[in-house]
Design a protein around this ligand. Structure first.
Ligand SMILES: [Zn+2]
Length: 477
């Protein structure tokens, strides 16, 4: 919330006046003192607490229980039963989809997507209990507070708030909270698209994958994820007739695989920028400045500029956004300590640029291996995930509200190097934007003592409230 910033009293005051009653929603000052929560902040906090304290890691299940708990809240808030649908995708695993009906204009719905499963958390690995919701020293702690129960709680609270305020959007607003994004066997988004597509059919989706960057407490950028890399494994395999290890031969499957993998490791896929990564490097250049910023501008101007590419590539995160990357991740070879190996196999995991053809990657890997006797094969198919267009309809309100809440903070389009559930919607032809206004510094998602700043949570709630209203009806002011 802007008024929380100590450094800009004038604009904070102006926005406070514009926002009217929102000024009452302050929670903590720049000095960390606690203020009473507003009604809707309190609701978001209550929902957040309830979600975090339902253990939804895969060893436990729990997403059905969490879905039912959220459904009960929607029903208690006056949503019609047909607009609150819980679907069980496997025993104990479920989704909930809730719909705030619009006025029936020609525009299709927007979908607010969050997964409610979490990665495992062994209490022995944490110094805090992972499935207790703890507010301490200006942070919320608990498994899922950064990934992705923060967004789930905000979506639930904001949809209930809009209903209570009598807001009638000009399109339906759908909230979908889903199972098994974190690698479980029963992905809720896949299930919904296959079995109940009418529940989640939308013009576009807002999802995790974006969010803001904080550095030393300062807001650096508000990131909008509009693209993801594709995921595909390749098998590299050397074979040999083998024999007794007391009479070695010059040819050896383990040696040949080793040489092949060194070739893979030394190879760099060509740099190729798309609309999203061009915007990313252009705007990031302004933020990082200095030699790195200058080199990024050179790469944007000419992706064949080898000196600039080599400089930017020294940062692995930047490198992975410029090009397809492939890396050896698993190794298996031989069958006995006293036998020449008949087989040696490696898995090479590739993260492929969204507009690159996997068969081209295969050809490059074969060339990098450089040994026709070593087989390189694709393992299955990559799920296609076309970049989502950065239309003014979506980007305009994001930029305007970002500037209202955090003046001067740039909006940066990004391509994720990993994958989210956005993949499945993009593959189904529905654009996805990872945007939240949730600014985190080091949330330690998937790690020990996962945490987010309390202030960031309420700011993200306010950002998403304003953004969803802007995307679905008259502006608030
Ligand atoms: Zn996530």
């Amino acid at each position: 919330m802007p008024s929380l910033r100590a450094s800009a009293p004038d604009s904070a005051l102006r926005i406070t006046v514009l926002a009217g009653a929102l000024a009452l929603l302050l929670t903590s000052s720049a000095h960390g003192q606690q203020h009473p929560l507003g009604e809707w902040e309190q609701l978001a906090r209550d929902v957040f607490e309830e979600l975090v304290e339902i253990n939804t890691s895969h060893s436990v299940g729990g997403t059905l229980q969490a879905s039912e708990a959220m459904a009960a809240r929607f029903l208690a808030a006056g949503f019609a039963a047909e607009d609150v649908v819980v679907t069980e995708v496997a025993p104990g695993e479920g989704n909930v989809v809730a719909r705030l009906r619009g006025s029936g204009s020609a525009r299709g719905p927007i979908l607010l997507l969050a997964h409610i499963d979490v990665v495992e958390a062994d209490p022995a690995d944490w110094t805090l209990p992972p499935f207790e919701f703890i507010e301490q020293d200006g942070n919320f702690y608990g498994r899922g507070v950064a990934d992705d129960k923060d967004e789930a709680a905000i979506y639930v609270a904001n949809l209930i708030r809009m209903k209570a305020e009598g807001f009638t959007p000009d399109r339906d607003i759908i909230v979908a909270l889903t199972a098994d994004e974190e690698g479980g066997a029963h992905n809720g988004v896949v299930w919904l698209l296959e079995n109940r597509r009418e529940l989640v059919q939308a013009d576009y989706v807002l999802n995790e994958g974006g969010g803001g960057t904080l550095k030393d407490g300062r807001h650096i950028s508000n990131n909008v994820q509009a693209s993801e890399k594709k995921y595909l494994n390749f098998q590299v395999q050397a074979t040999n007739p083998g024999g007794h290890s007391s009479v070695p031969r010059p040819d050896n499957a383990i040696y040949e695989l080793s040489k092949a993998l060194l070739g893979v490791g030394a190879y760099h896929h060509p740099v190729m920028l798309n609309e999203v990564t061009t915007a990313y490097f252009t705007r990031t250049a302004d933020i990082v400045g200095g030699e790195m910023g200058a080199m990024m501008r050179r790469v944007v101007a000419n992706p064949r500029d080898e000196q600039a590419v080599a400089f930017v590539a020294t940062d692995p995160a930047y490198n992975s956004r410029m090009r397809t990357s492939c890396v050896a991740t698993l190794l298996d070879g031989g069958h006995a300590p006293n036998a020449l190996p008949q087989r040696a196999t490696a898995n090479v995991n590739c993260r492929i640029l969204p507009d690159e053809d996997p068969t081209v990657v295969l050809q490059r890997l074969r060339a990098a291996v450089g040994d026709a006797e070593v087989a390189v094969e694709m393992q299955g198919q990559a799920t296609e995930s076309p970049p989502s267009p950065l239309t003014p309809e979506v980007l305009g309100p994001i930029e305007r509200i970002t500037n209202e809440m955090w003046p001067g903070v740039p909006v940066i389009p990004t391509m994720s190097t990993g994958a989210t559930d956005g993949l499945y919607f993009r593959n189904a032809g529905i654009p996805v934007y990872g945007v939240s206004g949730l600014f985190y510094e080091n949330p330690n998602s998937h790690g020990m003592n996962e945490n987010i700043p309390v202030k960031s949570f309420y700011e993200g709630q306010e950002f998403l409230y304003r953004l969803v209203k802007a995307l679905s009806g008259p502006e608030i002011s």
